[in-house]
Design a protein around this ligand. Sequence first.
Ligand code: NAD
Length: 505
Amino acid sequence: MTTSPPVTAPPRRYGHFIGGQWVDGREEIDRAAPATGEVVSTVAAGEASDVDAAVAAARRAFDDGPWPRMTGFERAALLHRVAELIDAHADLFARLDAEEGGKPVRLSRGDVAGAAQLTRYAAGLAVQMHGSTYTNNGPDFTGLVLREPSGVAGLITPWNFPVLILCQKLPFALAAGCTVVVKPSEMTSSSTLELARLYAEAGLPEGALNVVTGDGRAGQALAEHHGVDVLSFTGSTATGRRILEASTGNLKKLSLELGGKAANIVFADADLEDAAEGVVFGGFFNNGECCVAQSRLLVQADVADAFLAEVAARAEKLRVGQPLDEATDVGALIHDRHLETVLGRVEEARRQGGEVVTGGGRSPEASLAAGQFLQPTILDRVTPDMSAFTEEIFAPVLTVSRFETVEDAVALANAVDYGLSNSVWSKDIDKALPVAKALRSGTVYVNTTIDAPPTMPFGGYKMSGVGREMGQAGFEEFTEVKSVNIRTGKRAGTFGIGAAHPTVA
Ligand code: NAD
């Protein structure tokens, strides 16, 4: 049974994409737009049997299909075709992710441009894939280190950047010669399914890319599956831990991109106007639903009051509105339970001594009453013993804490279990660079915030994850290295017990 995926206005309906076919599920999941409450898409609710079928298709495509056997140039050519198609369908992708995820369409359009750029970058890596040769293993030996695709890759993605995060994984896995099974978030699956359609249109061999939709049960089945060689996951730290446990059956290779609690450290000698713009962007970009949201402002005490007033004035100008409205800066939160949790977090911070500088509640706009809209919120006087300081809130909520010295700033920034990113604002490079080195996070931005060129590896220290995405390091997550040591000629005594041997015991 097949279902052709529509590319028209909602409601959309999709099956799984397995072995090049659209396959209906036994049950389905409706997605209601978080801005309106109306159902905009329906996807198949994947079960273990669907995951089995998808992994089997990916396995066949890896073991017997053309994709892993193509040259790097051939794989790159296909990825370039897909990048062109992503550009050509930019409006569609931007709309799907805004409608289902609640994010402002303007930002969603940036995600789509990023997705195309990542695909082009990965195409270059397909061409560059190479190993190395050791000529110093002894006169009769030549050591080859072969770089090979890992095999079948499972990719599990979250809802906050559906097409962008998919493209931090998928073209890299394919560039390496892996075949793939994707499990997107049940809340934002449409753009992943539409991208699968474009890969097929570009000529990707059947079975090289499969998509199983559904909730955590489908993700769990993929994480447990013995036929999956490498699993790349982006999502919460709690789910990451479950995936780590689920993967032990076959000890599959894992890459986990998890939560964050980044600090924007603003020193008194920063360009404060520039920093204020960056702090507002870092705190409220993508509704604050961003793993690298710079959700803690740490500001040097002597400029704190004036700086906070400037940040608050800018935050109050942000337009909360419908995700599909081009003028919207902050859209709808992902679902009603999340909004309730966030409101609870704000209330808890208030009880613990935090002061609400601006926002703090649902948007009062009558036209937004049907959706999950929160006012951009700033909480001052937040201290490290408060959960608002240590826990990911994942919403347009910025906490403010003050510091005196460079050492205090570093200690405060590092006083959380997460270590994904941080930002430093100072015009003194003799200060900013040592601070960047002292911060325990996989990324540090200096006089900028939340930008991630595809060339640079991205990932977490501490509980923000394991492994890296993007850059050469991200590509290598989808590869294995194999050592081949070749002996030439024949010298008597090479293998005699006790004979001198050039290799390790
Ligand atoms: P989530 O962990 O709830 O879900 C992520 C994905 O995992 C979804 O596809 C979900 O269906 C699936 N899943 C749920 N339970 C599973 C299980 N037991 N086994 C396997 N898969 C399962 O995360 P979310 O709410 O979609 O996303 C928000 C979280 O993601 C935040 O914590 C955020 O910081 C994090 N995130 C991290 C990065 C990064 O690069 N480090 C990027 C974006 C988001």
